[in-house]
Write a protein that binds this ligand. Structure first.
Ligand SMILES: C[S@@+](CC[C@H](N)C(=O)[O-])C[C@H]1O[C@@H](n2cnc3c(N)ncnc32)[C@H](O)[C@@H]1O
Length: 307
């Protein structure tokens, strides 16, 4: 019977030869998945024997990874904001950088709920996650708000143009006990009947079409509609920006994830909206623009310092 250490070594070597830049980590994650154990346990006990069924499952997983399939699709899950989300080829694998959008959305909501009295009968804050994919943003946000006991004052709608992705998102919402707190809808961007929203959250596709073809092979397993943002990457985001004057409540904010090199282009697009709008690009942990905060410029309360 092979040991953990032997299988990790052979798997790492195979994945390195196949071109994986994270071969050892991939092997640990895949062996942990095949055995049903945490990575830390594998690392601590390389001498542990691996049964034949688990070894065969691991071998099959390594074959899939050698062909370029992302580890998250092979394991069927991805950690996002501390949640284990089910993922498969119906939706984009949630990326760590998108956690910034969730954190800012939580901050915005907390500020809105606590900065002024909310007499009985005040309508709920209306939040929409546009292009929800696996449901990552909406579900992580609902989980955070439930923990802070703010969920009763917020309604969350999650929208995607992909009906398949929405099936997965609903499964994830049920798996994290927020199916009662998030409504799902199929729409091209925003469903007209639900507008306006106080908070519009969106991680829409923003990669230029030509670059999508040059992405690592793992990305070819993800839906192209989740990645391809048209000739300059901003085709879908521009359409959402154009919808803001009617879709965003007067005091509302849109938080849009963007590519690190798209800050100026998004600022220009916002400047062209009718009625006067502001755009502030927030950097991610690597210091590069990642999140556009878009609001009407005319509101004197709408300064970041106030929050
Ligand atoms: C980059 S993925 C983001 C998925 C998820 N929000 C996340 O952060 O992991 C973009 C998502 O937007 C959806 N999408 C693309 N164009 C859309 C449109 N016009 N209307 C609604 N959803 C759209 C795609 O189907 C995909 O699920």
């Amino acid at each position: 019977m092979a040991t953990v250490g032997e299988l990790l070594s052979s798997g790492t070597a195979r994945l390195r030869a196949a071109g994986s830049e994270s071969a050892r980590l991939d092997a640990e994650l895949l062996l942990g998945w095949a055995i049903g154990a945490e990575r830390t346990g594998l690392i601590a006990h390389p001498e542990g024997p691996v049964g034949t069924d688990a070894a065969a499952a691991y071998d099959g997983a390594v074959v899939r990874r050698e062909a370029g399939e992302p580890v998250a699709y092979i394991r069927g899950l991805k950690e996002f904001y501390g949640l284990a989300l089910a993922v498969d080829s119906r939706a984009l694998i949630p990326r760590p950088e998108t956690e910034l959008l969730v954190a800012e959305a939580e901050r915005e909501i907390a500020w809105r709920l606590t900065s002024a009295p909310r007499p009985a009968g005040t309508p709920k804050l209306r939040v929409v996650d546009v292009g929800t994919g696996s449901g990552a943003i909406a579900i992580a946000l609902a989980t955070l708000l439930r923990r802070r006991r703010m969920l009763p004052e917020v309604s969350i709608l999650a929208v995607d143009c992909s009906a398949e992705a929405l099936v997965l998102a609903r499964e994830n919402a049920a798996g994290h006990s927020v199916a009662d707190a998030v409504a799902f809808d199929t729409a091209d961007l925003l469903p007209a009947a639900e507008q306006p929203f106080d908070l519009i959250l969106a991680n829409l596709p923003y990669i230029p079409s030509a670059e999508v073809d040059r992405l690592p092979v793992a990305a070819s397993f993800e839906p192209r509609t989740a990645l391809d943002g048209g000739p300059d990457g901003l085709a879908v985001i521009r359409r959402l920006l154009a919808a803001l004057p009617s879709a965003l409540a007067p005091e509302g904010t849109a938080l849009l994830e963007i590519g690190f090199d798209q800050g100026s282009a998004v600022e220009r697009a916002v400047a062209g909206l009718p009625g006067g709008w502001s755009c502030r690009n927030q950097p991610d942990l690597s210091g590069r623009p990642r999140l556009a905060h878009v609001e009407r410029a005319a509101n004197p309360e709408r300064t970041t310092g106030a929050r």
